[in-house]
Design a protein around this ligand. Structure first.
Ligand SMILES: Cc1cc2nc3c(=O)[nH]c(=O)nc-3n(C[C@H](O)[C@H](O)[C@H](O)COP(=O)(O)OP(=O)(O)OC[C@H]3O[C@@H](n4cnc5c(N)ncnc54)[C@H](O)[C@@H]3O)c2cc1C
Length: 501
């Protein structure tokens, strides 16, 4: 299948106008296709052998976006996915009251590619009262002492000085890391430029040099979504807040809001994307190896299935790639990156709250702690008859230990730690589910993060093709992060094939 650069650019203007148009300009009526509705129902698995123009591995946002763009350009595309569900790190927990998002949650107003796809597929977005901690004050438990948001500023355990004392503990990391951010005012890809390699150092070292004290750095460890302050590159955090603040106040949805979610649950998006494809997405096809010979790539799966194509788009998270064989081998810096890059982890323990324990002890329901539990938040009821639901959310280095625990052990641990600091929770929690995107063989943690020295070493190698295998996924994005980063990376991989086919 051939296309030329002109046709492609013409096509992509309609297909992925997000790249070119400000978000607010894209109206729902721009969508030409009919809404793809209804749950995606996979057919029963049996090993298959098939040939295509392109095989896309992974039915998360990056893989599905690449697949849709390629199909729009006339390629015969087959998407295969290891799990028995679509979406990867988009996962609405439909069986938990309030249907919380277990992963990708907030769609920023600057998520142009993603918003365009949402409109195109006839889905709606809204700003639900997600009922989580966002709009409710935390009750802080620091060194075993309860502190309310109101008395934080004057409290003796507040380690900050001067005007900074009004910053609440969950805001330290973002407020202080972004202050004097060397990337401010620079393009979104500036973090890869050699002049900024001087910031590719441990984040605690960077902050210490700026006069931040040890106690503050310690509290920052509760929120850091990576491997802990010493093991995270300052550039990781500087880039993170640079991306977050890039469009702040400049781009908003037409109703003035800065973020939205998909009505009915974010999982409806990957389902609609898959439904829009000509070839049914094949679920339960765990890829175990790639062999490239005479310009054809054979993709081998755990169930014996084999898919052949001239090009492969591979959206498998980089940590999972360690378990997959490549023939010819991947060597050099790319191999080192596969062996060393990592994702920030988080684990969520979901409960039904049988009785509102905060009415018993008269304190705020949401807890933010510097102990091993980190955060416990209550979701407000969506419907009058709904029970209260709550979740413990632990991320960063504190979440590592849960890799070694069964779900029951995680529940035991969370309940015990919670009861120690909040006795009124004893006996009122009903166990629902443990969720972590990393808790199965196909999963990565939440977002990729860069360890000190890795931006310099691997920053420009993450996107390097291996023969006709084109890598995508949020970890390969240059400008954006999170869900829009996934879309950006899928677009890049698709472009690579379309423009060079
Ligand atoms: C708790 C949490 C909160 C988040 N909140 C936000 C947020 O508010 N806003 C935001 O923008 N982003 C957020 N993110 C990040 C966002 O969800 C991800 O960056 C994005 O969804 C990643 O998409 P992807 O396509 O790159 O990867 P994935 O979604 O991981 O897709 C990769 C796919 O490959 C499949 N796969 C893996 N191995 C194999 C194999 N061997 N064979 C076949 N298939 C395989 C996986 O099952 C998966 O479906 C959050 C993530 C988490 C976990």
């Amino acid at each position: 299948m051939k296309t030329n650069r002109r046709n492609f650019i013409k096509g992509i203007t309609g297909a992925s106008a997000g790249m070119l148009l400000p978000t607010a300009c894209i109206s729902k009526s721009d969508g030409k296709e009919e809404a793809a509705t209804g749950p995606y129902i996979p057919k029963k698995n049996r090993p298959v052998k098939s040939n295509h123009d392109v095989v896309v591995v992974g039915a998360g946002l990056s893989g599905l976006h690449a697949a849709m763009l390629l199909e729009e350009q006339g390629f015969d595309v087959q998407v295969i996915e290891g799990r028995q569900r679509l979406g990867g790190r988009i996962y609405t927990l439909n069986n938990v009251p309030g249907k919380p998002e277990a992963a990708g949650e907030f769609i920023g107003a600057n998520y142009a590619r993603m918003i365009n796809t949402v409109h195109k597929l006839g889905l709606e977005m809204h700003n639900p009262d997600s009922g989580n901690s966002i709009n409710r004050p935390w009750l802080y438990n620091i060194k075993g002492e309860y502190i309310t948001a109101e008395n934080w500023e004057s409290h003796k355990l507040n380690p900050l000085e001067g005007e900074d004392r009004s910053l609440l503990p969950h805001r330290f990391l973002s407020a202080i890391s972004h202050r004097d951010n060397p990337l401010q005012g620079k393009p979104l890809n500036a973090w890869l430029e050699p002049e900024y390699h001087q910031y590719d150092i441990p984040h605690d070292q960077y902050l210490r040099a700026k006069g931040v004290n040890e106690e503050t750095i310690k509290l920052m460890n509760v929120v850091i979504h990576a491997g802990g302050m010493p093991n995270t590159s300052a550039m990781n955090e500087l880039r993170r807040y640079h991306v977050m603040n890039f469009s702040n106040g400049k781009i908003s949805f037409p109703d003035g809001t800065g973020w939205k979610m998909i009505k009915g649950g974010n999982s409806l998006l990957p389902e609609a994307m898959a439904n829009s494809m000509k070839n049914e997405v094949q679920l339960g096809r765990t890829v175990v190896g790639f062999i490239e010979e005479n310009g054809t790539v054979t993709v081998g799966c755990a169930d014996g299935s084999e898919y052949k194509a001239k090009h492969v788009v591979c959206s498998i998270p980089i940590t999972v790639l360690r378990n997959i064989t490549f023939e010819p081998y991947i060597s050099g810096i790319s191999k080192e990156a596969i062996g060393n890059m990592d994702y920030g982890l988080s684990v969520q323990a979901h409960f039904i709250i049988k009785e509102p324990f905060w009415e018993k002890d008269g304190m705020e329901p949401n807890m933010w702690t510097d102990g091993p539990l980190e955060r416990f938040a209550i979701r407000s009821k969506r419907e009058e008859g709904d029970p209260y639901a709550g979740l413990a959310f632990i991320n960063g280095p504190e979440s590592l230990k849960f890799r070694l625990m069964t779900d029951e052990q995680v529940f035991d641990y969370v309940e015990q730690k919670l009861a120690e600091i909040r006795p009124s929770t004893k006996g009122v929690l009903k166990r629902l589910m443990i969720q972590s995107c990393e808790r199965d063989i196909h999963g990565a943690g939440d977002w990729v993060y860069w360890q000190p020295g890795q931006v310099k070493k691997f920053g420009n190698h993450m996107r390097k093709n291996h023969g006709n295998i084109h890598f995508c996924g949020e970890h390969t994005a240059i400008m954006e992060r999170g869900m829009e980063g996934a879309f950006e990376s899928g677009e890049r991989a698709a472009l690579d094939i379309i423009l060079n086919a």
